[in-house]
Design a protein around this ligand. Sequence first.
Ligand SMILES: [Zn+2]
Length: 328
Amino acid sequence: MIVKELTVPLKLQAVQCLEKRMLSTHPQYPHILNDLAKRRAGYYGERTLCYYFRQLPSTSYLFHNLRLEQHDSTFEMDVLILFPTFALLIETKNIVGEIHFDSQFGQLIRTWNDKKEAFPDPIAQVRRHQSLLGDWLLQQLGFTVPVEYLIVVSNSSTIISTDPGKSYLFKQVIHANKLPLRLRELETKYRNTIIDTAYLKKLSRKLMKEHTEDEYDVLKKYQIQEDELIKGVRCPTCHFYNMQRRKGRWLCLNCGKSDRLAHLEALHDYWLLVSPIITNSKCRDFLQIDSPFVASRLLKSLNLAESGTLKGKRYHFSKKMMLIQEKR
Ligand SMILES: [Zn+2]
């Protein structure tokens, strides 16, 4: 059973928005593009595994991108699967080329197009998660649950290697198509039920309750000032930021197309990039409109929570805003 579905991570959405609203001449632009490619690859890599997860037994409980706190530190697991007999952590890697697990220096080295690039060691990361999750489960249940882990390389053409004498790592680092086989091996290894169905359900609810979304200040991360962002409403057809509000619609001065709801994307960008709270004047500035009445009407139409009165009125974005934008 999939308890927590895979969704486009907030960090990926934020970097996507940032890329759209930056001039390609900005010194940080290549860095943003590079990070965006990595985040997209990570997300698509995890998505390709969903095919195998559909074949899991109905007694298992699966969570994508669960973020928990233990011993005052937070950890986010790509995939957690709870079986009645053990728990399994899966860290996905979607990296093209040849990847080498350097056990001596605890690094992952990727060679691609004759270039070498170092990535953080996913084995060290998942072992940390294994230990924290083990402690979290012990605290909840009062007994130890075996926690296994796998690093799944989603791209079947990626060549995986490690240092001589370390080939045992290949039990833990596998290509996606080996996942069903490894799962069967683990199910054979752990035969004794330690958490019954009723308790697994209860534990799942607890896990969902304890999950917290990561706060992500994307402008701070890339040291970009708010006024460096491209302002205005983007045309859904030609993608130019050159739309003007005319008679209740947005008209593109570049291609001539009009749209009734083009401001939704801009407000969604504001929320992800700048702040979860917006005022009338901030809205006018970001959407590049003059009329406080139009700004007020647009903000009111979103049915956001409000605080303050008159000129100090603040509108609070919520998850609902994200859904409105996703439907577009
Ligand atoms: Zn246009």
